[in-house]
Design a protein around this ligand. Sequence first.
Ligand code: NAP
Length: 248
Amino acid sequence: MTEYAGRKAVITGGTAGIGLAVAEAVVAGGGEVVVTGRRAADRARFGDRGLVVRSDSADLGQIEELAAVVEQRLGRVDLLFVNAGFAQPGPFGRVTEELFDATFGVNAKGAFFTAQRLAPLVVDGGAIVFTTSVANGAGNPGMTPYAGAKAAVRAFTKGIAAELLPRGIRVNAVSPGFIETPSGGITDADPELLRRFAQAGDAITPMRRHGSVAEVARAVLFLAFGATFTTGAEFNVDGGLGLRLTRP
Ligand SMILES: NC(=O)c1ccc[n+]([C@@H]2O[C@H](COP(=O)([O-])OP(=O)(O)OC[C@H]3O[C@@H](n4cnc5c(N)ncnc54)[C@H](OP(=O)(O)O)[C@@H]3O)[C@@H](O)[C@H]2O)c1
């Protein structure tokens, strides 16, 4: 396939789950990727068409190092997919300052500074896609800091979209519902908790199933390369879950 031949993408949180599915689709289509993870697993995964960089999105210094690596390896970038993130559910009353800071550190602050520090490398006319979550406007028990951080990402999407209009860079967000990934979007979840979480997700999702990473990847790549008259939008890939959740 040559759909993405000559295209260059940077994908944070690209060693597993949704980010990996996007990276694999770009490489399968003839493009080139730089992907990040905190652990930089399987460095040879993409052969000579991909580089896996160990980089923690919560660390501004590491984001700056990433920008330098990307500039050296790819030069200019057609797609920046700001995807790294996690949720650690728990009741509001038990959220520690440490968990709050970690949640906002990766999902909100990390997303903001990844976009800020890498935007100069995005070609004029290129695209930035963020990963937010359908939880960002909902009242889900146990998800409050995560929902708040992902609501910040929704706001960043609109603000940065407006600021990058003069460069013709479109900025959009994909908003997944329940998606089957190694973590299910939940960090440190034991298999039994994940199974119950997935079951509950299927039950409340109007389409009565979870989504696949391939379904999210298709939406991300559409926003990146197909949605040429769209910017500042949030695109749900959630089996209709957003219809059931309260929105602000
Ligand atoms: N799965 C869902 O149902 C769902 C629903 C809504 C939204 N989302 C969002 O979608 C995004 C991807 O979720 P996923 O389920 O695909 O995740 P996943 O399967 O757990 O994969 C997470 C990826 O991000 C990397 N990562 C985690 N923390 C990072 C950090 N601080 N810096 C850089 N890389 C980091 C991981 O590698 P390392 O572990 O090596 O760092 C891995 O490559 C997240 O933003 C998540 O909040 C997921």
